[in-house]
Design a protein around this ligand. Structure first.
Ligand SMILES: [Zn+2]
Length: 704
């Protein structure tokens, strides 16, 4: 009699054979080609040689273009990194999949992704991403055997922007290492490589920094291309024509405005400068090919259907796709006319309470639906400077109607997700702010007439500037700018919020209380303002109202670990170590990698002279990336009390490395050297301690 396991297995294989797909339903290795999808973030199409740039920034991508098909008018569905990638990977419009900006929730598990598709069709799958904004927390890691996002949460605690982005050189190394490790495998692979370099800040490494000193954005592109050259040349050196047999898709998630239309970066508008992206498809050598260049406007959500066709796969995701494959363009087969390409941005609406923007383009026209609508004719006006909406009302109203139809046809599925309806977690918002995104959530817009983002551009830019000034520590300038802005925008909750932030940075807690209170009154659902208010109250010793406010926040979301952490700080300020410890325990249950909570709990233990548990917490905080000198010194003290003298010395040295003028750490290190019988080293440390803090000299002298 066959075993139950064998019966289950044959039933499972039957389901697989019927075309039903499960996570574990890997078909036997077929003769499907490998697929490499490359997205280079924030890359304007007009910077590539293949798109007419004369500067020679992208020789390796241009060479790929010669082997493939160039879609001259690739159009991104949304000019923001995470929503654009979510659209590409699901083949669905942002307004359908719900990932419309970064104040929303992660991708719903109801949407199948390209990675899941390749995985369940027998591919080995890997992603190498280069920015936090694509880390696994957002839901794109599903279906990847390996998801290389080296942006563990602890790095953000240091708020060091350079740690948040991984340079192309490292990401390409990781991609080649993954390819190399599986080079003996007969399984086909799907690799997604994401490079982030052209995203601001623009600081390319040498020699590109000097070479493009006047155009650092171009320098980042040239640098990224130079790293892709290594990937292409590695592939070309592999046996069995690995390069030729691989399907490549190269594109960008969005462009960069670089001051056009008054926008510095991307996300606020949907002009061509941010929605027109390069899109290059190189089929595997077996695919017949007719076209070299395609001038129709095409959508980046067509990438999914196209790679499935080029890989020869049939999969349930094809029912999910909302736009057709580009294969007929590539092979020159007859096809229905390409419909107009759609773009949107909800960013002005969701963060500021102004109107959303939606655009539609054909190879000739670009229409933008806004309170004051816009129409541009591309061949004669590529920079989109002359608005024809009033001159050509028939075209404008026809395109507006097409947008209405598109929104109705692909409306979001009715059932809301069980996810966090209030949007991204405070932790995510904090990280996004450290990346320079103004990740705030405006109150839901009412039915009244919404402002046109065009008319609010200077307000938007001033908010960004004020945020930059606060990050740079220039509070007087930030305050002056915000005061001016408030005159014009008395109801914009972000202004008192930023004034509260500036006051907090200056430890002006009374002022912070006032400003955060005003922001919370203007936008009651805005957690960050209420958190700021609770902190300001707590730090003035007003523990009772602070506790009440945190209680409200936790009643709404008991998983808000930052609120628990704030409670721990307020209890510590009240000298209630027990209550503080209980709140820290809660933080670490919710967020086991939150280094500051380990640090604070360790310091409570030091004060209670329980050195073993203190050392465990403090060393965990250090492992997670905290390099504050004071807790490292405390960790040294713990080890010293535990007679682990070498560990003690090592941590005092780390404290000194973090702050060479830390007199107490020099003194402690001297003590340990003395106990380790190293008088010369001890003497050296005592001398440093005495030089740095005269009060210690006497203590040292008395010791001898
Ligand atoms: Zn991006």
């Amino acid at each position: 009699m066959p075993s139950l396991r064998a019966l289950l297995r044959s039933a499972f294989l039957l389901l697989c054979a019927l075309g039903l797909s499960f996570a574990g339903c890997r078909k036997s290795p077929p003769s499907h080609p490998n697929v490499i999808l490359i997205t280079v973030d924030t890359l304007r199409a007009d910077r590539l040689g293949a798109y007419g740039h004369a500067g020679g920034l992208t020789p390796s991508v241009d060479a790929l273009a010669l082997d493939g098909v160039v879609f001259e008018r690739g159009i991104s569905q949304v000019p923001l990194t995470w929503p654009s990638h979510a659209a590409i990977f699901t083949g669905t419009y942002p307004f359908h999949n719900g990932v419309q900006d970064f104040t929303g929730q992660p991708l719903s598990p109801r949407f199948r992704t390209l990675a899941e598709t390749f995985q369940s069709n027998g591919y080995s799958t890997a992603a190498v991403v280069s920015s936090f904004v694509l880390d696994r927390g957002w839901g794109l890691a599903r279906g990847f055997d390996s998801y290389d996002d080296a942006f563990a949460g602890q790095e953000f605690l240091q708020k060091n922007i350079s740690l948040v982005e991984r340079p192309a050189g490292e990401s390409v190394d990781h991609a080649i290492a993954w390819l190399d490790a599986r080079s003996k495998s007969t399984q086909p692979f799907f690799l997604w490589l994401h490079l982030y370099d052209p995203h601001s800040p623009y600081n390319p490494p040498e020699p590109f920094r000097s070479q493009y000193a006047e155009k650092p954005y171009d320098g980042e592109i040239a640098y990224a291309d130079s790293q892709l050259a290594r990937l292409f040349s590695w592939l070309k050196q592999q046996p069995h024509d690995l390069y030729g047999g691989t399907v490549f898709v190269f594109l960008s998630d969005h462009g960069e405005s670089l001051g056009e239309h008054g926008e510095r970066e991307h996300g606020f508008f949907v002009y061509d400068s941010t929605v027109h992206v390069p899109l290059i498809v190189k089929p595997a050598r077996s695919t017949p090919r007719a076209a070299q260049r395609v001038s129709d406007a095409v959508e980046t959500i067509q990438v999914g259907p196209t790679v499935l066709d080029l890989a020869g796969l049939t999969d349930p995701i094809q029912k999910q796709f909302q736009a057709p494959s580009l294969l007929p363009f590539i092979t020159g087969q007859p096809h229905a006319p390409q419909r107009a390409a759609y773009s949107e941005t909800m960013y002005p609406a969701n963060s500021f309470g102004w109107s959303a923007l939606r655009g539609l383009q054909t190879s000739r026209y670009h229409y933008i639906d806004a309170p004051r609508q816009e129409l541009y004719e591309h061949p004669s006006d590529p920079a989109e400077k002359t608005n024809l909406a009033e001159k050509d009302p028939a075209v404008a109203s026809r395109m507006r109607e097409q947008i209405t139809q598109l929104l109705a046809t692909y409306a979001a599925p009715a059932a809301p997700d069980g996810g966090n309806a209030t949007g991204a977690s405070p932790e995510v918002l904090e990280k996004l702010r450290s990346l320079g995104y103004v990740a705030y959530k405006a109150p839901a817009a009412s039915g009244s007439k919404l402002a046109d983002p065009k008319d609010k551009l200077s307000t938007y830019e001033d908010v960004l500037r004020a945020t930059d000034l606060i990050s740079a520590g220039n509070f007087p300038a930030a305050r002056a700018l915000l005061a001016r802005l408030e005159h014009a925008e008395p109801n914009l909750y972000l202004i008192p919020f930023l004034l509260g932030e500036a006051a907090s940075h200056n430890a002006q807690w009374k002022e912070a209380e006032k400003q955060f209170g005003r922001a919370a009154a203007l936008n009651p659902g805005f957690d960050q303002a209420r958190m700021g208010l609770a902190r300001a109250l707590g730090l003035q010793g007003k523990a009772a109202p602070a506790r009440d406010l945190i209680g409200t926040l936790l009643a709404e979301n008991s998983g808000n670990f930052r609120a628990w952490y704030l409670l721990a700080q307020i209890e510590a300020a009240q000298r209630d170590a027990r209550a503080s410890r209980a709140a820290l325990d809660k933080v670490l249950t919710l967020q086991p990698n939150f280094a500051p909570a380990f640090r604070d709990r360790g310091l409570l233990s030091v004060a209670e002279a329980t050195y073993v548990s203190a050392s465990e917490d403090l060393s965990r905080a250090a492992e997670l990336g905290l390099r504050d000198p004071a807790p490292l010194n405390s960790l040294g003290i713990c080890y010293s009390r535990m007679n682990r003298l070498d560990d003690a010395a090592a941590n005092y040295r780390r404290a000194i490395e973090a702050d060479p003028s830390f007199a107490q750490a020099h003194l402690n290190l001297g003590f340990v050297y003395e106990r380790l019988n190293q008088p010369a080293l001890a003497k050296q440390e005592y001398a440093s301690a005495c030089r740095l803090d005269r009060r210690l000299c006497e203590l040292i002298a008395n010791r001898k």
